[in-house]
Design a protein around this ligand. Structure first.
Ligand SMILES: Cc1cc2nc3c(=O)[nH]c(=O)nc-3n(C[C@H](O)[C@H](O)[C@H](O)COP(=O)(O)OP(=O)(O)OC[C@H]3O[C@@H](n4cnc5c(N)ncnc54)[C@H](O)[C@@H]3O)c2cc1C
Length: 379
């Protein structure tokens, strides 16, 4: 355990945590350096000593009013957690919406849930200056759509993105080049510009998820074992662990429109999935994109209970190249959350514009009056 620094090609000096140092030389080196939180260069922000994901996990007191800068995964998850601990919470996001990559209807559903918990979400909000000290009292001057405003709070959490841990560790001595954002330059087998040096995970610019770091490892392992595996065309699932979760795989509606990809859409409110009534958590919806001139599933998004688990079912169908009708016609256990997929995929728009509904199925499985369920599914 210690801090490693290159002194030459595949040679490292390690400053040991327990004291002392060691020099290590190896015929193969794997860089798995990770990232750290970035602090935006806003006047007064660094001086206010804001919390990052590290300090906020070590806090032994409850912030009276936590101001979260950044409405991505880290910001949203901590915002809801601290609100539920009892803090007042305000989220400031510079893009027009939190979760900037997600479809507006998904974000709107999440913001409605956050608002019902009295979490203030302000987007877009540009922070102009910060005064005071996080932990004792801060005031932030922000530009919002209605003009400039001062927001006061007790603590700041910065969750505005990550910086690779690649500076100051002698990578140049090892012949390892970085890209202009400081990530290790790699090819699609994660080989760096130095012979017999590979990079894994966030420091290699891979999508910032634990499951991607694991898959990067498998790419390298398989190639070293003589098998062919690359990082190209990976299907990358994601899950925001708020309550309820927001999961996603494949294309969003926004991306499909931007790329000019023809698609059909199916949407189902979670209240129409009977499992949500047994657990009394009916917020959210499921949404699927189906190719315009075929039956392949292009994307799936869910905001609702156990969204990450339900997504894995759709992901498996996508990996197998199954048509959406395979899930529509599958017999899935009642009452499970995944059962909702049968109803979702019974709701796909037909190519000619008519909905591909299966009211016969709904009637069989639904203990509620059929009309109300159908109303929910078509609304
Ligand atoms: C608050 C938070 C919540 C998250 N939640 C999720 C989640 O729910 N699901 C998910 O999939 N992902 C989540 N992530 C992202 C996930 O943690 C990362 O994508 C993943 O850990 C990246 O793995 P990695 O292998 O790139 O590096 P890391 O796991 O960051 O490991 C890198 C290690 O290298 C060490 N290191 C760096 N430089 C040196 C050096 N010079 N010498 C010695 N050691 C060094 C670091 O100290 C660190 O321990 C979350 C991230 C954060 C910040």
């Amino acid at each position: 355990m210690g801090e490693a620094k290159f002194t030459g090609s595949r040679t490292l000096d390690v400053l040991l945590n327990a004291g002392g140092a060691r020099t290590l030389t190896s015929d193969r080196v794997f860089l798995n350096l990770g990232t750290h939180a970035s602090i935006p260069s806003v006047p007064g922000l660094a001086e206010s000593e804001p919390m990052t994901n590290i300090e906020v996990l070590e806090l032994d007191r409850l912030p009276e009013h936590l101001i979260v800068i950044g409405g991505g995964y880290v910001g949203l998850e901590f915002a809801q957690a601290y609100r539920r601990f009892g803090s007042r919470v305000t989220i400031l996001e510079r893009s027009p919406q939190v979760l900037p990559q997600q479809d507006p209807d998904v974000v709107a559903a999440l913001v409605t849930i956050f608002s019902s918990e009295e979490i203030d979400v302000i987007a877009p909000a540009e922070i102009l200056s910060v005064h005071g000290h996080s932990g004792t009292g801060v005031s932030l001057v922000v530009r919002i759509s209605s003009g400039e405003k001062t927001i006061t709070g007790s603590d700041i959490l910065v969750a505005t993105g990550r910086i690779p841990n690649t500076a100051g560790i002698g990578l140049e001595a090892a012949g390892v080049e970085l890209d202009r954002r400081g990530y290790v330059k790699v090819d699609d087998r994660l080989q760096t510009t130095a012979p017999n040096v590979w990079a894994i995970g966030e420091c290699a610019g891979s999508p910032q998820f634990t499951h991607i770091s694991l898959d990067d490892f498998r790419v390298i392992r398989d190639n070293l074992a003589g098998r062919n595996r690359t990082t190209r065309d990976r299907m990358i699932p994601s899950c925001l662990f708020t309550d309820p979760q927001v999961s996603h795989i494949g294309l969003t509606e926004t991306e499909a429109n931007r790329q000019g990809i023809a698609f059909r859409i199916a949407k189902l409110p979670m209240a129409a999935v009977l499992r949500t009534r047994t657990i009394d958590e009916t917020h959210g919806f499921m949404k699927a994109l189906i190719e315009g001139d075929g039956d392949r599933i292009l994307g799936f998004t869910m905001i609702g209970p156990e969204a990450g688990e339900v997504m894995a079912v759709v992901q498996t169908a996508m990996l197998a190249g199954l048509p959406y009708t395979a899930l529509r016609d599958a017999i899935l256990t009642h009452p499970t959350m995944a059962e909702g997929l049968v109803f979702l995929f019974s709701n796909v728009e037909r190519v000619n514009g008519r909905a591909d509904r299966r009211p016969d199925l709904l009637r069989t499985l639904t203990p509620q009056p059929v009309e109300s369920i159908e109303h929910l599914q078509s609304s």
